[in-house]
Design a protein around this ligand. Structure first.
Ligand code: ZN
Length: 192
């Protein structure tokens, strides 16, 4: 393993990382990481939750899954290093502010703002930040009705980790989700 970079994302802030094809970005955390990805050479091509779900034929992301772009290309492949529960795409991913406002507890900024700020220097407009993959977030879903609610299952102290390998040259954006005050810092490593 050759470590290319290591960094910390403070809770309720975001960072952007170029991840070249074949490089692996490792996300280590005890709370939710909002993860989005773009084609490094054309940021109009971005992660698409719906295409990813259809292509995988499921809504949970586990080892060996693929993240698919708006243009239907494979962006990343995934590996979890610990099996710790249910993982899922959060349907309302990243639109924390709007949801929060409805409940009267809006923070000044949330994941969408964190991602928009981190990705702006790379030419990504805030409207073009896609709904994220919410790493380490768990939901309980009723298979019959489709209703869902937050589950508070999270990685144990010290954090679990997920590896995402670039299957194209990627621009990755990650926000350390505030999770209503429960969010922790994330550790990020890029290696080859
Ligand atoms: Zn979030």
């Amino acid at each position: 393993m050759k470590v290319i970079s290591e960094s910390v994302i403070k809770s309720n802030t975001g960072k952007a990382f170029p991840v070249k094809k074949g490089q692996i970005i490792r996300v280590i955390g005890e709370s939710t990481a909002d993860y989005v990805v773009f084609n490094l050479h054309n940021v109009k091509e971005r992660f698409d939750q719906a295409r990813t779900k259809v292509d995988q034929g499921k809504i949970y992301v586990t080892t060996g899954d693929l993240l698919i772009s708006k243009y239907n290309n494979v962006m990343c492949s995934t590996s979890f290093y610990k099996k710790w529960g249910e993982e899922i795409f959060k349907i309302y991913g990243g639109v924390w502010k709007r949801l929060g406002r409805k409940r009267g507890v809006a923070p000044k900024h949330g994941c969408w703002e964190n991602l928009a700020k981190a990705l702006k220097p790379h030419g990504v407009e805030k409207e073009d930040v896609p709904s994220p993959l919410n790493i380490f977030q768990t939901m309980v879903i009723n298979a019959k009705t489709g209703s869902m609610r937050y589950a508070m299952t999270r990685p144990r102290l010290g954090g679990d980790m997920m590896d995402l390998r670039g299957e194209m040259d990627c621009l990755v954006g990650i926000s350390a989700c505030p999770e209503g005050g429960r969010g922790k810092d994330l550790r990020i490593m890029i290696y080859k």
